[in-house]
Design a protein. Sequence first.
Length: 364
Amino acid sequence: MDEAIELAQVHRRGNQRDQRSNKTRKLERYTRWSRIGIYTIFLVCGQSAATLLGRLYYDKGGNSKWMATLVQSAGFPILLPFLWFFSQPTKSSSKQPNFLTFSFICFAFGLLLIGDNLMYSYGLLYLPVSTYSLLCATQLAFSALLSFFLNAQKFTPYILNSLVLLTVSASLLAFNSESDTTTHSSKGKYVIGFLCTLGASATYSLYLCLLQVCFEKVIKRETFSIVLDMQIYPSIVASCGCVVGLFGSGEWRGLRDEMRGYEEGRVSYFMTLVWTAVTWQVSSVGLLGLIFEVSSLFSNVISTLALPVVPILAVIFFHDKMNGVKAMALVLALWGFVSYIYQNYLDESKAKANQQSADNVSTV
């Protein structure tokens, strides 16, 4: 009789532990998805606002490519208070890369950011913002391809469908130069802008994939402070490189005249640059947070959520033309986006089913 009571008590305590563990897992899952939601808002809102402000800079009289490149990384000081707040001593020093390794990573990523941001600046200068935004959707195709080689990302029919649709969308825009060049730039400059935007998208995707590799293989620290580290220190390197480019190219000589001739006035010129820098940093924190929480490919998918937003706002504020070819490119790009999102849904459902099966086996 006593043995039966003792067994019943052991069984009851086991059930209580299982209930507590289930509640803990649910709370952890809820907390994680809350963070993912916050990062998503940062990325989509920051990227949309930064793109429109960058186009505004050019439309109102700005002409310095190096200045437009500089503001994409120069807003890092606003993150320093957050870095101080979230910094905490790590329990194991073995998880920290040594100083030389970390310095090399930051320097390499900073150089990559310089080239990427400069190509984006040329693309935004020579292309309508609606065309520019649609071309940026090719980041997803480049990221899926690079993730296959660098991050062991598996190709599925839905991901392949997404790649094909995004490629066709970009191809349609390549044949749409006639209507855009009549009001924005010569055909030669359109081609330069087109190629620079594609090159920037490929470089950006490489940047994301390499970041994920660093998080998983080199840094191995699971704190928000490392997310800020990987934004701040490469941005310092990129900003210093852009300053060198600004002075080396001689564009700094024309900045005073550029500010005087800005259509909206000096204060507006200054505030446009400041808020462009701020919104790019907000976007970058969201981007790095999603890489940290999920994957580089997922973060790139979320960045395409701005795809339907920016072209519509560009038509409203910058009077870009939304002809049939652009509309078809938009539909195909959105179709590709939905195709990839559905694959993520299937992966999430499969992972949840596997977790439930493992829990049932453990309880038995």
